[in-house]
Design a binder for this molecule. Structure first.
Ligand SMILES: Cc1cc2nc3c(=O)[nH]c(=O)nc-3n(C[C@H](O)[C@H](O)[C@H](O)COP(=O)(O)O)c2cc1C
Length: 171
């Protein structure tokens, strides 16, 4: 299989997931495309993987633009989508909202591969947002209350390996 992993990333987590996925798909030809640098010629691939982070409840703009531009073509490909986010429990809600319905229904896999709220990965306003969310989760927020129902997100190796199996078609 010839696979293009097409991703957008600000803090580097979605990129890291693309690299880990490539390792799990090592028996196939996998090429990575960072949408801030280049886009593949889709016709050269039989399987596409599209990865993006969530910001303010939406897919990052660059990824939204790519999906919109290629929506008609994507429907005829084997496409798997992955999402990186801070609130991994909200993943299903994000996926339904962000991936157009026809593409959602024709996808071979849609998974959350985790996320990071590590402030040093971000700059400026982004860093402040991440620090505030992190403080609330860790209990240092406005009211200093512990959020026993939440924990900081991480990259989820198990999800990456299950996602890779779906792409390989072994599941
Ligand atoms: C400005 C900003 C807004 C964010 N908004 C959300 C959000 O609405 N929901 C969520 O689950 N995570 C949110 N996050 C967390 C990111 O999705 C998470 O940090 C992700 O790992 C980023 O991926 P990246 O490092 O590839 O950019 C936000 C992060 C930033 C910096």
């Amino acid at each position: 299989m010839k696979i293009a992993v097409i991703y957008a990333s600000v803090g580097g987590t979605t990129r890291e997931c693309a690299e880990l996925l490539k390792k799990d798909l090592k028996t196939h030809t996998v090429e990575l495309f960072d949408l801030s640098k280049s886009e593949p010629d889709l016709s050269e691939y039989d399987t596409l993987v599209i990865g993006f982070p969530i910001r303010m409840g939406k897919a990052i703009k660059r990824a939204r633009g790519f999906i919109k531009k290629h929506a008609d073509e994507l429907i005829s490909y084997r496409v798997a989508y992955y999402i990186c986010c801070g609130f991994v429990d909200c993943f299903e809600e994000y996926a339904v909202k962000v991936i157009p319905r026809a593409l959602y229904e024709s996808a071979i896999a849609i998974s959350c591969l985790g996320g990071s709220l590590e402030p040093s990965r971000f700059k400026g306003l982004d860093r402040l947002v991440v620090k505030a969310v992190r403080a609330e989760i860790l209990g240092g927020g406005e009211n200093g209350e512990q959020r026993g129902d939440m924990s900081l997100p991480t990259v989820m190796d198990e999800n990456i390996s299950q996602f890779a199996d779906k792409i390989k078609g072994v599941e």
